[in-house]
Design a protein around this ligand. Structure first.
Ligand code: LLP
Length: 433
């Protein structure tokens, strides 16, 4: 199995976090997002332990809440002592409603509006991560109006292509994100920010991409960023306190993906950071990372109920499910691979090759192509899609007026509870006037 929280019972039912997915589908209805609370906590602890083992107590991981954001998740992050990365007033509001201490929040995005900036300051967001000089100006203006000094990081682009797919590669010079080191604009933005009376420049940030398995990518990014820190020390007499190396650590969607090892990745990164700091003769800054996917992805599973099975002899087979691209958009957007099962038929041999497709009026509404399923798969079977804890609920839409499914948390091997209610038909007209 692709993750240790997925097993099979004697009667051939798929178990997730030790619980029978067929029974969960019956109890909560489908489609439904399941989240394994214990796995989320295990991942937070793995990051925290690795950070304190290889760096020091100041180095806390920040959960990138764009991966999945709802109140209960922020409560868990607070309980686990994590910081968070937020990207919008919506994420800030959700965290506030969960009682999360926003002094441990880092506010990202490449285009914070004036109202986002004011909203963030209203709620005491600890750090603004400015993407570009316009944001520095806008934050300075609002901080001056309030008579405060706002802590800030500058997002720089180190010019690294992590060799993952285009849509999630963000650290390259021609990216919409960050200010490029290579073009000299990073130097200019540092000089400008240091002159602002209402901004405390705490350091720098970069994020090179997503679904990265090669730890070397993080080490190369750290190297470039630390060289820039040393450059700023020599050029402006400014030593950055903090270096935030972003998120992007990969997760296992299919058997052929490597098994990620958080301890090893952080250990290698820490060794690279130390040796670069020694070479450059600078102190090791406070290091942060912002894992999103690698905290929540394999804590998630979506359950569907199969409907129509269409066999087109000599061509293709389709298994339609009762959800689709609105709740699981990653195949339609990126062609992403997933592991899928007929959850109530785990003891049957998988001899039918079929595409699992959604119920939207769009041929690109595909969950996964060429999945091997039992020959008997059909109406009322439970279809499980694994590793869906990141960028599913967070990216869900209401296309074709399909309601966004509930999120059900699983814990302790036998407990389950609703963390986010499923939308109802009434929700579709709530804002119509
Ligand atoms: N920090 C920053 C500044 C980011 O832009 C991101 C992701 C992260 C952290 C977290 O990255 P993670 O550890 O989750 O890879 N929707 C796409 C992923 C977009 C990621 C954008 N930024 C997907 O479904 O694959």
């Amino acid at each position: 199995m692709i993750c240790d929280n997925i097993t099979v019972s004697k009667d051939g039912h798929l178990l997730f976090a030790g619980q029978d997915t067929v029974e969960l589908a019956e109890k909560y209805g489908t489609p439904v997002y399941l989240m394994d609370e214990d796995k989320i906590r295990e991942k937070c602890r793995a990051y925290k332990a690795a950070f304190s083992k290889y760096f020091d107590e100041r180095a806390i991981p920040l959960y990138a809440s764009k991966a999945n954001s709802f109140k209960r998740l922020y409560e868990i992050m607070a309980e686990e002592g994590m910081g968070i990365d937020v990207v919008s007033s919506g994420e800030i509001y959700t965290a506030v409603k969960a009682g999360f201490d926003l002094s441990k929040a880092y506010f990202h995005s490449n285009n914070k509006t004036d109202s986002d900036i004011a909203f963030g300051m209203d709620h005491g967001v600890g750090y603004f991560v400015a993407d570009n000089v316009e944001e520095v100006k806008a934050v300075e203006k609002e901080a001056a109006r309030r008579g405060i000094r706002q802590k800030m990081l500058l997002r720089l682009s180190p010019g690294i292509d992590p060799h993952t797919f285009e849509a999630v590669a963000t650290g390259r010079v021609d990216s919409k994100f960050g200010t490029a080191i290579e073009t000299g604009q990073a130097e200019e933005i540092v000089e400008f920010t240091l002159e602002q009376p209402h901004i405390i420049l705490k350091g720098f940030h970069c994020h090179v991409g997503s679904q990265i398995f090669d730890e070397d990518v993080f080490s190369r990014a750290a190297d470039i960023m630390l060289e820039f820190i040393a450059f700023c020390k020599a050029r402006f007499g400014y030593m950055a306190d903090e270096l935030d190396l972003g998120g992007g650590f990969g997760v296992r969607y299919v058997e052929s993906d490597p098994e990620p090892d958080i301890d090893m990745m952080v250990g290698k990164l820490a060794a690279a950071v130390r040796s670069a700091c020694a070479r450059l003769d600078i102190e090791v800054p406070e290091i942060h990372m912002e894992p999103g996917r690698s905290i929540v992805a394999d804590a998630g599973m979506v359950l569907y109920t199969a409907g129509t099975v269409k066999k087109i002899p000599g061509y293709k087979n389709y298994v339609s499910i009762d959800g689709g691209m609105p709740d699981s958009p990653r195949y339609a957007l990126y062609g992403s691979s997933y592991t899928c099962y007929a959850a109530n038929k785990m003891n049957e041999p998988c001899t039918l090759k079929a595409s699992i497709v959604g119920r939207c009026c769009e041929s690109g509404d595909i969950i996964q192509e060429d999945v091997m399923l039992p020959k008997s798969v059909g109406r009322y079977d439970t279809i499980a899609v694994c590793t869906t804890g990141a960028y599913h609920y967070a990216m869900a839409s209401r296309y074709n007026k399909l309601p966004i499914p509930a999120t059900v948390m699983l814990r302790g091997g036998d407990e389950s509870y609703v963390a986010v209610k499923g939308e109802t038909l009434e929700d579709f007209v709530r804002n119509d006037v």
